[in-house]
Design a protein around this ligand. Structure first.
Ligand code: PBG
Length: 339
């Protein structure tokens, strides 16, 4: 009688491992995909201006424009149709002054656009950036005293702007000025103003970066003197980035943001392990500008490179990606799922 021999224990040597088994077909690759993007996690930055029917193209951000409120609503409608998660508003005022007083003007471009967007009733999260740099004549993110940005004199101005945006319908306010204590000051003012339900997405770790220049062209917010290294972080410092995030958690942030995205992937990995808040990454203007410039020359495939970059940002730990590619990426995902 034949006996079935017990199978010999198989020694798996490195040479006999075959990871390629799971790469054989598109269906297998899809089954084992470790990071999936969805349109709902993308947030589109929108630049808003006063007036009606205005759309002024931004040279260094192809496909993007400064929009009046009515045009912003039309754009938002498109984004909602694509399933994009939200919009992040930046205002460009008609007049700038030393104190950036336009930031808290209830008739300014951001509150006006927020009211129009609210009225449109779209299934989009409405977020508003809170900073003075677009509103100050000198382009710095706070008021100047003795040639420096005065942290504590800036806080009430940021808080005031945040309350105005909340009143105009913002779901989320995003303080981006890197002033110490800005999250606490804004939380307190929001609560005091009855806006307990308005969330704060803190630009917690925001580096002084060369990658913001297209944005500054769009917003006319390049500093007239000096630079932002006295308040934005040194990109060399990972532990300081963690400390900034820790502080914003304690001050009451609801979402932590890391910026720029590609130069901070390590910070995203660390932050997603350490904090239990949703984590956002801002794929900034200069990062997309590199891609656009190379694609325009035929040096990179825009879609393939774009999806690869966004996937890396999410793989590193971002739940939310603020990106100028939001609409295109949503379309790319639709195309790929239709195949
Ligand atoms: C305002 C602000 C900036 C960006 C977001 N909020 C500019 C800056 O800090 O100079 C940059 C965003 C981008 O480059 O896309 N403080």
């Amino acid at each position: 009688m034949g006996r079935i021999a017990a199978p010999a224990a198989r020694v798996r040597t490195p040479g006999s491992e075959r990871p390629r088994r799971l790469r054989r077909t598109a269906a297998l690759r899809s089954l084992v995909k470790g990071t999936r993007l969805s349109a709902g996690q993308f947030v589109m930055p929108l630049f808003v201006v006063s007036g009606r029917d205005r759309s002024e193209p931004i040279g260094s951000l192809p496909g993007h424009a400064r929009l009046s409120a009515d045009r912003a609503v039309a754009k938002a409608r498109e984004l909602a149709q694509l399933g994009v998660g939200g919009v992040l508003l930046f205002g460009i005022p008609d007049h700038k002054d030393d104190e950036g007083s336009g930031a808290a003007d209830p008739g300014g471009p951001v509150p006006t656009a927020l009211r129009a967007l609210r009225e449109a009733g779209l299934p989009l999260v409405l977020a508003a950036d809170v900073c003075l740099c677009e509103y100050t004549s000198h382009g710095h993110c706070g008021v100047i005293a003795d040639g420096e940005v005065d942290n504590d004199a800036t806080l009430p101005l940021l808080a005031e702007a945040a309350v105005v945006y909340a009143g105009a319908g913002a779901d989320i306010v995003g303080p981006s000025g890197m002033m110490d204590g800005q999250v606490a000051a804004i939380r307190e003012a929001l609560d005091g103003g009855g806006h307990t339900g308005t969330a704060i997405m803190a630009y917690a770790s925001k580096a002084a970066s060369a990658f913001y220049s297209p944005f500054r062209e769009a917003a006319g917010s390049a500093p007239a003197f000096g630079d932002r290294r006295g308040y934005q972080m040194d990109y060399s410092n990972a532990r300081e980035a963690m400390r900034e995030m820790e502080l914003d958690v304690r001050e009451g942030a609801d979402i932590l943001m890391v910026k720029p995205a590609l130069t901070s992937l390590d910070l995203l990995v660390r932050a997603s392990k350490r904090f239990d808040l949703p984590l956002a990454a801002y794929h900034v203007s200069g990062e997309v500008a590199m891609l656009e410039a190379a694609a325009e020359r035929g040096w990179l495939d825009r879609k393939a490179a774009g999806l690869e970059v966004l996937t890396a940002i999410v793989r590193a730990g971002a739940d939310i990606v603020i990106t100028y590619l939001a609409a295109d990426a949503a379309r790319w995902l639709q195309e790929d799922s239709a195949r």
